[in-house]
Ligand binder design. Structure first.
Ligand code: ZN
Length: 318
């Protein structure tokens, strides 16, 4: 099929969510505690729906099951990637995700390696990325005693920053941050600490201390990123991360750029600006907040306008 698949995602309300998905992106949101848009998702907890063309009304999960040719006949039980936009009005829990082996054994789904592009951040906003414990024993002791200040490593962030969060990394998105996340398609989160906060009914959210200690990388090591930028006519293509699960790029388009497929298919999210996507002789308006997939048959396309885009390409090894 030589048409892009434009997608309507699924909003998820969260205790820590806000209204930036409406304020910044103009989406309809169910409440002022909307934490996540699952924009490009085939996950059962929030499958996106195709908005155009012959597959209009189908979910991405249905296309994965029934039209695998759109994805280059890639192997796998589930569509491997999930693109989200998160609005953290309050802190997310301190958490860790398992790798594939642990996730499949204990939860029946893949593990989660993720990465974050910071769209917006308030002055002074911070994330938690990693911890200071040198041994498992020290980690367990600090968790037991609630020594969070000593244990957790805070990192200041600003718009345009990028963070790679492999499975096993202790992490939390801090309040006042809006991000685009590319991750493995998984919904398994082990919560280490949730600031002792309660919902409207006075309930705390469950913690998963044993599993967290099982899967946490101890001591923490920052992942190495070898980033590079390629300049072509009309665009700068910056590779933010490349691993076995995904390659994530930032496309800064200004003018008219001819682009070529670099993998089986491409997930595309427009973070800013407005312009035109052209495939063969068909043109489509794209703008801030648009999400689409370029399926396997589309090998060349042009994008014109002034746009900031995040694109993800599945890894070979998923
Ligand atoms: Zn996470």
């Amino acid at each position: 099929m030589n048409q892009p698949l434009f997608l309507k995602g699924v909003m998820q309300e969260k205790i820590w969510g806000g209204n930036n998905l409406k304020k910044v992106f103009g989406y309809d949101i169910p409440s002022n505690h909307t934490g996540e848009l699952w924009a490009i998702s085939a996950h059962k907890n929030g499958p996106a729906v195709v908005e155009n063309g012959p597959y209009k009304g189908k979910t991405l999960a249905e296309l994965w099951d029934e039209h695998r040719e759109l994805f280059g006949n890639q192997d796998g039980d589930v569509f491997p990637l999930l693109t989200k936009i998160l609005d953290a009005e309050d802190n997310l829990s301190v958490q860790v995700h398992p790798d594939d082996a642990y996730g499949l054994e204990h939860e029946g789904e893949l593990g989660k390696t993720e990465c974050w592009y910071i769209i917006d951040a308030e002055e002074g906003a911070e994330i938690i990325l990693g911890h200071h414990a040198q041994t498992k024993e020290a980690f367990e002791r600090m968790v037991e005693q609630g020594n969070w200040d000593e244990l957790l490593r805070s990192v200041p962030v600003k718009p345009g920053d990028f963070f790679y969060v492999p499975s096993g990394t202790i992490h939390a998105i801090g309040k006042g941050i809006t991000i685009l996340e590319t991750q493995q398609s998984s919904d398994t989160t082990y919560r280490v600490y949730d600031y002792d906060r309660t919902d409207a009914k006075g309930n705390t959210r469950p913690l998963h201390i044993r599993q967290s200690i099982d899967v946490a990388m101890i001591p923490h090591q920052d992942a190495k990123l070898s980033q590079s930028t390629q300049t072509i006519e009309g665009a700068a293509i910056k590779t933010l991360v490349q691993n076995e699960f995904f390659t994530v790029q930032e496309w800064a388009v200004s003018g008219k750029a001819g682009l070529t497929a670099q993998g089986l298919y491409t997930l595309v999210s427009v973070l800013d600006g407005e312009g035109t996507l052209t495939v063969e002789d068909q043109s489509y308006t794209i703008k801030k907040g648009t999400h689409f997939i370029l399926p396997n048959e589309i090998k060349f396309w042009t994008i014109s306008g002034n746009l900031q885009i995040i694109a993800s390409i599945p890894g070979e090894n998923v």
